[in-house]
Ligand binder design. Structure first.
Ligand SMILES: Cc1cc2nc3c(=O)[nH]c(=O)nc-3n(C[C@H](O)[C@H](O)[C@H](O)COP(=O)(O)OP(=O)(O)OC[C@H]3O[C@@H](n4cnc5c(N)ncnc54)[C@H](O)[C@@H]3O)c2cc1C
Length: 385
């Protein structure tokens, strides 16, 4: 008999790891979510709990306290994080351990890796990524934050907004212009640390979803940043930020599918037990079709994600596939959220049933990490359109 083809990109060791992640999430994190969602910032100690499990260090080499794992392991953690059922918590943890720390591991010098990675992996120091500014998000090349070099320091002036972990971050990777006349080669990334004179971290902003998460403004007034804190070569900032964005987009797409799957499963159980006009509402043909439509969209999004993930892991060009995966997952997520809410009737509108949280949280996927319009532009141009 011919060898069976694998249905998923994951192997046995990944599935064992998945069970560990799931137990941790369901026992230690999800039970607190209702409480955390009432504030705007889940407790800092959660980063240490996650650190104790080794989950911030999946993509970090062992010599800096990490697990030296691969992107498949990291993807398993992303999928299981969706079970926290709070986009704000997932974003805070994911930004720190899956985006900021790996960027330091990839682009940092030896000294930076020794200083920032071990405490980051333990969750004792929290990281953030500062790209977006009040005047420029999609049009990142148009940012205004500048750093002028004088001797051993850069003097950084400008501001960032919508920064995940911004109010509590111990260090932030800040994209700025070090040579405004040099086009894409005029950008650098500086590691700005909490407490540096002139660096102000704003309070969490109020927002539609991600209620438990910290999304804040940062301002820099002539902040003296040692040259030693420059991540990578001077002039490499724009390119390094772009390299990071592809993985960030994949993470968002993978998480959206798993959140949608959770909402689907919950709704399936609900429509089979809730009765109207003498039968379960899921037995009305119109609702059965809605459920099948959702299952179809979720599965299609999952397979597109795995296709993009395989290409990313194989280090093949994958900007088209990653862009398509995120756009498709975002659209699917909104469709699933509104359909699940509708099927729950009035209960869907109530906090207790958690579908309304998914409905609010899912909306960010078409905006954060590159809007759907920008991603279609990227894919379209690469397709020769
Ligand atoms: C909750 C949250 C968390 C975030 N976390 C972070 C973070 O940690 N770090 C960080 O740096 N940023 C973060 N962001 C910012 C996010 O990446 C930006 O909001 C996003 O990139 C869009 O930028 P913008 O908000 O400036 O919108 P704009 O760029 O002003 O876009 C506005 C609208 O115009 C459209 N548009 C723009 N250009 C084009 C075009 N060429 N063609 C067609 N349409 C176009 C966009 O698609 C969008 O619909 C976060 C945002 C939110 C809401």
């Amino acid at each position: 008999m011919a060898e069976k083809l694998p249905l998923v990109p994951f192997r046995e060791e990944h599935e064992i790891f998945r069970q560990q992640c799931r137990r941790f999430v369901e026992k230690e994190l999800t039970p607190h979510v209702m409480e955390w969602e009432k504030g705007q910032n889940f407790p800092d100690e959660v980063f240490r709990w996650v650190g104790k499990m080794g989950l911030h260090g999946i993509l970090i080499p062992e010599e800096y306290g990490g697990a030296g794992g691969d992107y498949l392991m990291a993807s398993v953690w992303v999928e299981e994080m969706a079970r926290i059922r709070s986009g704000g918590v997932e974003a805070g943890i994911g930004m720190h351990g899956l985006i900021v720390l790996p960027a330091i591991a990839r682009f940092g010098n030896e000294n930076q890796k020794k200083r920032f990675l071990p405490p980051g992996v333990k969750g004792e120091k929290i990281g953030a990524l500062g790209l977006t500014e009040p005047v420029a998000g999609s049009d990142l090349a148009n940012i205004r934050t500048v750093a002028k070099r004088e001797g051993d320091h850069y003097f950084l002036t400008g501001s960032k907004t919508f920064i995940t972990n911004g109010s509590r971050a111990d260090f932030v990777l800040v994209l700025c212009k070090t040579d405004p006349g040099a086009g894409y080669r005029g950008f650098s990334t500086l590691i700005v640390e909490k407490g540096m004179p002139g660096f102000t971290q704003g309070k969490p902003l109020e927002k539609l979803g991600w209620h438990a998460g910290d999304t804040s403004e940062l301002t820099f007034e002539n902040v003296a940043v040692p040259v030693e804190n420059r991540l990578g070569e001077e002039g490499s900032g724009f390119y390094n930020s772009m390299a990071n964005l592809e993985w960030e987009r994949l993470i968002m797409a993978l998480g959206t599918v798993c959140s949608a799957q959770w909402a689907f499963d919950r709704t399936k159980a609900y429509v089979l037990q809730r009765e109207a006009f003498g039968r379960p509402i899921g037995k009305f043909q119109v609702n059965r079709h809605k459920m099948v439509d959702m299952a179809m969209e979720i599965e299609a999004a999952r397979q597109l994600n795995y296709h993009a993930l395989r290409k990313w892991i194989n280090q093949e060009p994958c900007a088209v596939e990653v862009s398509m995966a995120k756009v498709f997952a975002s659209r699917m997520g909104e469709f699933v959220a509104t359909t699940c809410l509708q099927l729950h009737g009035g209960y869907g509108y109530m906090r207790e049933y958690e579908i309304e949280r998914f409905f609010r949280d899912v909306r960010i996927n078409a905006i954060g990490g590159g809007t759907s319009e920008i991603l279609k532009e990227i894919a379209g141009r690469l397709m020769g359109l």
